[in-house]
Write a protein that binds this ligand. Structure first.
Ligand code: HEM
Length: 222
């Protein structure tokens, strides 16, 4: 069986130039859903209810970007591609970007900045309450995404704070599940993907803990 070390030994490790190109490709790929939406708008192809179309498209991409961001750590552990971590910030910020577009669509195009109506919606409609909660939790993560903030907070505290992303992913799935009236297939798929990604984290953490315990035991014997 391949150990993580042997896997790391034969894994792909881009040099600076390759990584810069990879980063640009990821950056552009993440922008494509927005360009697609703009192109659909210009072609008048947003369907009978363009506001609903935009709200749903931006909501979908917020959740997808969250899932992709959450997939980085398990994928890194599986492949030994440790450089993937350097793409995580871009992916996470894109999740925030799509969340901002989603919220802006709701506040501007759906509610026409009717603050009373928005507050009533947040209080009375549970799926909006949950979506809003997820957005509020995203704010400290976006605000602390710079190198300066990581230094100021210290790695440990920063890491702890960024565990909020697990709650955000969960709230995002619940938000979707609650708003769907009949066919729950898609929210169920997101829930399964999320459960798998969080489960993989727990599994790797347990495995790491076991190998540390085994090493401590071996050191004690020798
Ligand atoms: C991290 C935060 C959020 C995520 C991940 C998220 C995700 C989603 C998803 C996946 C959908 C369904 C798209 C579809 O039907 O294909 C959706 C719809 C929607 N979301 Fe969010 N959302 C978030 C925050 C918010 C916030 C802050 C609000 C408003 C305060 C909001 C309001 C709505 C509305 C009004 C809909 C459309 C409901 C309908 O068509 O009946 N969401 N969202």
């Amino acid at each position: 069986m391949a150990t993580s070390q042997s896997r790391a030994g034969r894994s792909f490790n881009p040099d600076r130039t390759q990584f810069a190109w990879l980063w640009r490709a990821v950056w552009l790929a993440c922008l494509l859903p927005l360009l697609w939406l703009i192109a659909a708008g210009l072609r008048d192809a947003l369907g009978a209810n363009p506001i609903e179309y935009i709200t749903r498209a931006t909501g979908d991409w917020t959740l997808r970007m969250l899932m992709i961001t959450l997939a980085v750590t398990p994928l890194r552990q599986l492949t030994g591609w440790h450089w993937l971590v350097r793409l995580r910030r871009t992916l996470g910020l894109y999740a925030f970007f799509y969340a901002c577009l989603h919220l802006t669509t709701y506040v501007w195009l759906d509610q026409f900045f009717d603050i009373d109506g928005i507050v009533k919606d947040i209080v009375k409609r549970p799926f909006i309450t949950i979506g809003f909660g997820a957005f509020v939790l995203l704010l400290p993560l976006a605000a602390t995404s710079t190198n300066g903030m990581i230094r100021r907070l210290g790695g440990r505290l920063w890491q702890r704070l960024h565990r909020l992303v697990y709650a955000i992913g969960t709230l995002g799935v619940v938000h979707y599940w609650w708003l769907v009236k009949k066919d729950i297939t898609e929210p169920v798929i997101y829930a399964l993907v999320l459960a798998f990604l969080l489960g993989a984290r727990v599994w790797y953490a347990r495995r790491r803990q076991r190998s540390v315990q085994a090493m401590t035991l071996q050191e004690g014997i020798s």
